[in-house]
Write a protein that binds this ligand. Structure first.
Ligand SMILES: [Zn+2]
Ligand SMILES: [Zn+2]
Length: 301
């Protein structure tokens, strides 16, 4: 079936639904999208808003990630909003043609705020790939929030109303040992400027990516990281470090780097440990109590 020539066609959601269960898997995701669109519409939503929400839901399910990015556009494809052109401020010749003050300047369309939801490497200014204008967003946001409930994907708090639960990162593969895992599990190094950390070393062997050699490469895959679980694992490792049962290979500073790279923030207790532990390992007992306390309080997955 995959070798059969394909025909491009545009169908309504109701028409696509007729293909349910009869088509290739990649088309079935469109059937599911169409079904959601009809459901959302049935609940009283504007059909074009329902189409946007169901498309965003498919993107979140397939790509496992959505973003929330403010952009400015001059035309909204969801509501056809178009604010026209700015008028000429004064009369005179422009581009060889006489323009009267107040006449619309067709080279200068009025732009307005919009939201981009698709995480794409390419950013075209004045254009949204998956999204809508700020007025449509007011209607779409609560429906999308509802639709995204329970979806395992990297979703910003602006979309779900909840702190980010998952994070999508590149999967890396070490060529010196067998390690494969998320980029955020790599051993961190201080940046050249010393103002931050970046993932540089294999967590399982001594391999390290340097200026001219990179033994740890992208595998081409991605990994969805459970952030609360990553936080618990980090605290457990820090606890081990302060207990010094088995001296951990990593310095406390490297744990700070790992927290920044993996969680995007450094838990207060890790920060405290980084300030005092290397200087005064005896401070370990009090800090250990604090880490244990935070671990106990951390919500289970
Ligand atoms: Zn709009
Ligand atoms: Zn390795």
């Amino acid at each position: 079936m995959s070798s059969a020539p394909l025909i491009a066609v545009k169908l309504t959601a109701a028409e696509i639904l007729l293909l349910d269960g009869k088509t290739r898997p990649e088309v079935q995701t469109l059937v599911d999208q169409a079904r959601r669109q009809i459901e959302i519409e049935g609940a009283g939503a504007d059909p074009r808003i329902a189409a946007l929400v169901s498309e965003a839901l498919r993107e979140a399910t397939e790509k496992r990630k959505l973003v929330y990015r403010g952009v400015s556009i001059t035309f909204c494809r969801v509501c056809d909003r178009d604010e026209g052109y700015h008028p000429y401020h004064r009369s005179g010749r422009k581009g060889g043609v006489y323009r009267r003050r107040g006449e619309p300047d067709r080279s200068n369309p009025v732009s307005f705020g919009a939201i981009e939801l698709r995480d794409s490497g390419v950013r075209i200014s004045g254009y949204v790939s998956l999204g809508c204008c700020d007025r449509c967003w007011v209607k779409a946001a609560p429906l999308l929030r509802e639709a995204l409930r329970g979806v395992c994907a990297d979703l910003p708090q602006e979309l779900t109303g909840q702190p980010r639960r998952w994070r999508l990162v590149d999967e890396m593969k070490c060529s010196k040992c067998e390690w494969t895992g998320p980029e955020t599990d790599m051993r961190p190094s201080l940046t050249f400027m010393g103002d931050g950390y970046f993932p540089s070393g294999c967590p399982a062997c001594d391999a390290r990516n340097e200026l001219f050699t990179s033994p740890i490469k992208r595998s081409g895959g991605t990994v969805l990281i459970d952030l609360p679980a990553a936080r618990r694992a980090l605290l457990a490792d820090v606890l081990k470090k302060t207990e010094d049962r088995e001296p951990h290979r990593w310095s406390v500073g490297e744990f700070v780097g790992r927290a920044k790279i993996q969680l995007g923030e450094v838990p207060e207790v890790v920060r405290k440990i980084s300030r005092t532990f290397d200087l005064n390992p005896e401070s370990g007992a009090a800090l250990r109590a604090e880490v244990s306390h935070e671990l106990a309080a951390a919500p289970a997955a």
